[in-house]
Design a protein around this ligand. Structure first.
Ligand code: B16
Ligand code: MG
Length: 240
C-alpha cells in the first residue's frame, strides 16, 4: 500500500517534497523495530480472557469491543479505563491487587503458547531482514515481553528488546521507540516501526521514524504504510 492518506489535499509540489522526504527516510534505513502483541503474535485474546475473568469477579462490564481499546496500552492504564467505564473507585492497594490478578490469569494462558502462535509470515520477514544485515528490535508495552519471546522461541533474532519496564512514558509517547533506537545505536530516521495500535503509530510518528501499520485504516491509516495483516507486508515497497 503506497504512502499515504496524508497526500490527500496537498498540491503537486508539496506531494513531490513529501515523497522526497519519505524516500530520504527510506534510503537511510538501518533498523527495524517490532511491536510484539499484534505484530509478532496475537496475545490480545489472552489479554481479553484475563480482563474478562477479573471483570466478572468484580461485577464489572467488559466486552471484546472495549478490549480493542487496550491495544498497545499499558496494564495499569487498561485497568484505569476499565474502572472508569464501570464508575468504580478503588484504593491504590486494590488497584495494584487487581492488576496483579489479571496478570496472573494472563500468565496462565501464556503457558499454552508456542512457535505455532507466531503470526503468519513474521518469521520469514525477520529472517529476510537479518540476512540483509539490518538491526532488529522489539519495543512492546508489555511487561511479559521476554516470557512471550522465549515461548515463541524467537529471541535470537533481536539485537535488543525494550518492554514495559524500559521507559516511564508509554505509547503514544515516543519514549520507548527513541530508547530502542538509542540501544541499537541508530538515529530515529534510520528506523522503521511495525505497529498494530493507534497509540503505537502515534508514538512512531512523534519519534520521527518511518511507520508501518498492521490493521484497518480506522486504526492505523495514519502510518506511512499500512497492511491488513502481517502476511501482506511488502518489504521491497518499504525498503526501496
Ligand atoms: P502486560 P504491545 C501490549 O503489548 C498489549 O497490546 C496491551 O493490550 C497490553 O495491555 C500491554 O501490552 C501491557 O501488557 O500486561 O503484559 O504488561 O502491543 O505493546 O506488544
Ligand atoms: Mg501491539
Amino acid at each position: 500500500m503506497k504512502p499515504k492518506n496524508a497526500l490527500k489535499g496537498l498540491d503537486c509540489r508539496k506531494i513531490i517534497y513529501y515523497r522526497q522526504g519519505v524516500n530520504k527516510k527510506m534510503k537511510s534505513l538501518k533498523g527495524f523495530i517490532f511491536d510484539l502483541d499484534g505484530v509478532i503474535t496475537d496475545t490480545a485474546e489472552y489479554h481479553y480472557l484475563g480482563w474478562k475473568r477479573l471483570a466478572k469477579e468484580e461485577q464489572m462490564e467488559f466486552d471484546r469491543k472495549f478490549n480493542d481499546k487496550f491495544r498497545g496500552v499499558s496494564r495499569m492504564r487498561c485497568l484505569d479505563m476499565l474502572l472508569k467505564e464501570n464508575n468504580r473507585e478503588v484504593t491504590p492497594q486494590e488497584r495494584k491487587e487487581m492488576a496483579e490478578r489479571k496478570n496472573s490469569y494472563y500468565r496462565e494462558y501464556l503457558k499454552t503458547i508456542s512457535k505455532d502462535n507466531l503470526l503468519s509470515g513474521i518469521e520469514e520477514i525477520l529472517k529476510d531482514l537479518k540476512q540483509r544485515g539490518y538491526k532488529l528490535a522489539i519495543a512492546s508495552a508489555s511487561k511479559n515481553t521476554k516470557i512471550v519471546l522465549d515461548k515463541l522461541d524467537i529471541r535470537n533474532y533481536f539485537d535488543t528488546v525494550s518492554d514495559g519496564y524500559s521507559v516511564k512514558n508509554t505509547k503514544p509517547a515516543p519514549d520507548l521507540f527513541l530508547h530502542t533506537a538509542e540501544k541499537l545505536n541508530l538515529k530515529p530516521k534510520e528506523c522503521v516501526v511495525f505497529e498494530d495500535a493507534k497509540a503505537g503509530i502515534d508514538a512512531a510518528i512523534k519519534a520521527n521514524m518511518l511507520s508501518v501499520g498492521i490493521g484497518p485504516t480506522e486504526r492505523v491509516g495514519h502510518a506511512d504504510f499500512r497492511y491488513d495483516q502481517v502476511s501482506d507486508i511488502d518489504l521491497e515497497e518499504i525498503i526501496n
